[in-house]
Design a binder for this molecule. Structure first.
Ligand code: DGJ
Length: 689
């Protein structure tokens, strides 16, 4: 196809076809079902061929910069040192590698090289796109915007957008809306991925369901500021651009420098939203997570039990009870270091608080290990309390602007991690902490967004928005390499830093500070549109819930948390013996099903007021089901299961009853829920040989 300057990026079930037109513009011609080479070539004959650009008629370019008549959003914008803004790119070559296709363009006049790289992986329909800009001259070039990808979605009747929005305590809320004409922009200007929006969107024709219809989705692997632009043109066509950075910051590309963008991943699927989600989960497990085959241990976290008010003995008592319940990893949360006995002081001083740990962390770690659990610890390295030794020594190490106040949030300021000396210092402190103590797990928190994000000593201060995240990644990568047994949880006041960038170097995430089981059902459902259960931390905490004051029975709390990486986060010192014993049974139940949950295929379930999830792995099917309240005393409807073999039979391990796959799919399963409010169940089905 090269004579025609047409290329197809093929995945097992899809093709993404691009062409370089006679004006050297890269155009997206097809993103959908797999095409043969002959079929792909036939795209050039289509009447609406993008090879006949008409002024003002929505020309669509795969590489943001298109023609002078492009009035829509532009994913690639630079400003040369003489003030010239428009790009005129000349196609140089296409380089094909193993699952890799790179297009090289150079500017017609200015010393700028642009490489767009597509990458696919065996067994996955996800296509990764990145952009690399190289300044081949001497004068700096200002990069105003460099989106990693601009995906061209085929024409749809009523295109609809699915997105994840939220806030602290209410992350990953799923909404689907008809796309308006013009540009819809979601993103973060906070320096972190954010609670308010997650870098993922899905587009469908307005008619997809959980189980049917084509879906086009994209996710950006970046944990700093970002934007995704969904633009619907006058005739209804849709393009989606995803990239790092935000308006109005720009990055300076010095002579000889290269700017690499993060990965924007695109995915076309058929089979509805559940199939799209499941393809993202498979991609995360196979190509993103560092230890995809490991199932995550049952964790205990001390935060909700003690907050800042504890001694080493309190932690040991909690550890004893957590171990008795079957927990496998004990995580001591905030409050163990420096003068950190409340949130007003000590952040930045990563040495054990001398009153709480007069002999260091050793005795507690020994105790936890002696209980047969791994030991984890909370840190928030990117932060500092003004009342800390670190801030007193280096007040210039935080983001700040001259003559401007330093706005505190939770009495803390953000360290300028973009500074190489700050990044080196933090790496050294953490490396020391991990080298001197037998720490198996780190919960890496980040509790406030940037404000007054300045860097007075720098001649290119906007860089901080990019270099903060890059240096964060570099520290995590280095720590992982030097401490190979270390596992890391990404946290940002709950789920403020969940994305495929951070997941490449962490093992799980803290989904939300909201541990109310009822609210969690919605949060977890949104989370599962993109990210697998294998990374979704879910604690069982006290009732009434500390945040919402809702009272929910223990089984319901456990069954909801069992849909992710089960953990316990309640104050076990006050749990009744009965709850402790039931908790231990439920933890044991979870250990039987966790491989299916964490590594299996997920199907969301709904029947009236009953909702749940089904996870399939090998011959095992696990169903977790919840119902808050019945109405009018009506019996619960049967729950139709998905993806089962209609000709196979499945044994319900609770009752020993054998069901036909065809009946479970067409009519459903009786979950046998208690008629009372807050009923829940875990059902294990085994496919019979
Ligand atoms: C916010 C986290 O989300 C909580 O789980 C806890 O670690 C606190 N920070 C501690 O300050």
């Amino acid at each position: 196809m090269h004579d025609s300057r047409l290329w197809a990026i093929d995945t097992p079930n899809t093709s993404y076809v691009v062409a370089v037109d006679e004006h050297d513009r890269l155009r997206g011609l097809h993103w959908g079902p797999k095409l043969s080479p002959e079929q792909a070539l036939a795209l050039l004959d289509l009447p609406a061929s993008p090879f006949r650009p008409v002024v003002g008629r929505e020309p669509r370019f795969d590489l943001g910069a298109g023609s002078a008549f492009q009035y829509g959003h532009n994913g690639l914008q630079v400003r040369f040192s003489d003030g010239t803004r428009d790009l005129e790119l000349v196609f140089a070559e296409a380089i094909e590698g193993d699952g890799d296709l790179t297009f090289v363009f150079t500017d017609r006049h200015y010393p700028l090289e642009v490489r767009t790289r597509y990458r696919s992986h065996p067994g996955s329909d996800v296509i990764e796109r990145t952009l690399a800009l190289r300044n081949t001259g001497i004068e700096p070039i200002e990069v105003v915007r460099a989106d990693s990808a601009t995906w061209v979605v085929p024409g749809l009747d009523t295109p609809r957008l699915s997105q994840l929005h939220g806030e602290w305590g209410a992350e990953t809320q799923l909404t689907r809306t008809t796309i308006p004409y013009g540009e819809t922009v979601i993103g973060s200007r906070r320096g972190i991925t954010s609670h308010q929006a997650n870098p993922w969107v899905a587009i469908d024709d307005g008619e997809a369901t959980e189980t049917s219809g084509p879906v086009w989705s994209t996710a950006l692997a970046w944990s700093g500021t970002w934007r995704i632009t969904v633009e619907k043109g006058p005739t209804g066509s849709v393009v989606v651009s995803a990239g790092f950075g935000h308006d109005p910051i720009a990055i300076r590309l010095g002579g000889g420098e290269t700017l690499e963008t993060p990965i924007a991943a695109g995915l076309h699927t058929t089979g509805g939203f559940a199939s799209a989600a499941s393809a993202w989960h498979d991609y995360a497990l196979a190509h993103v997570l560092p230890h995809p085959d490991e199932v995550r241990p049952v964790l205990y976290n001390s935060w909700e039990a003690t907050e800042f008010d504890f001694t080493a003995e309190d932690q040991m008592r909690l550890a004893d009870r957590a171990a008795a319940m079957g927990c496998e990893l004990f995580v001591m949360d905030d409050g163990w270091f420096g003068a950190r006995v409340n949130d007003r002081a000590g952040l930045g001083d990563w040495t054990p608080n001398p009153e709480r740990f007069p002999d260091g962390l050793g005795p507690l770690i020994k105790h936890v290990h002696g209980c047969g659990m791994r030991f984890g610890i909370w840190v928030e390295p990117e932060m500092v309390n003004p009342d800390s030794d670190l801030y007193r020594a280096h007040p210039d190490w935080v983001y700040h602007q001259p003559h401007r106040r330093r706005t505190e949030a939770r009495q803390q300021l953000v360290l300028n991690l973009a500074r190489p000396d700050v990044a080196d210092y933090l790496h050294a402190r953490l490396d020391e902490l991990l080298s001197e103590n037998a720490i198996d797990f780190v919960k890496w928190d980040m509790n406030r967004p940037f404000t007054e994000a300045g860097w007075p000593d720098s001649d290119d201060p906007d860089r901080l928005w990019f270099d903060h995240t890059r240096n964060l990644y570099a520290i995590l990568d280095r720590l992982r390499a030097d401490h190979p047994n270390l596992r890391i949880e990404s946290c940002s006041s709950g789920g403020g830093r969940v994305d495929f960038g951070i997941l490449r170097r962490t093992d799980q995430v803290w989904t939300s500070d909201n541990t109310d089981a009822v609210d969690r059902i919605a949060i977890q459902d949104g989370f599962a549109q993109v990210y697998p259960a294998r990374v979704m931390g879910a604690w069982v905490t006290d009732s009434p819930n500390p945040l919402t004051r809702r009272e929910v029975p223990l089984d319901f709390r456990f069954h909801v948390a069992m849909a992710g990486v089960l953990a316990v986060g309640g104050d076990l010192r006050i749990w009744s013996d009965e709850d402790q014993a039931r908790g231990a049974e439920l933890v044991a139940d979870y250990k039987r099903i966790r491989e299916a949950v964490q590594l299996g295929r997920r199907h969301p379930l709904r029947a009236g007021a009953v909702t749940g999830v089904q996870y399939d792995r090998g011959d095992r099917t696990v169903v977790l089901v919840w119902r808050r309240a019945r109405s009018f005393g009506y019996p619960d409807p049967l729950l139709k299961l998905h993806g089962l073999d209609p000709d196979a039979r499945y044994r319900d391990e609770r009752t020993g009853r054998v069901h036909h796959g065809a009946i479970l799919a067409a009519h459903g399963l009786d979950a046998g829920l208690d008629p009372a409010d807050y009923a829940s169940a875990m059902i294990e089905l085994t496919r019979l040989p």
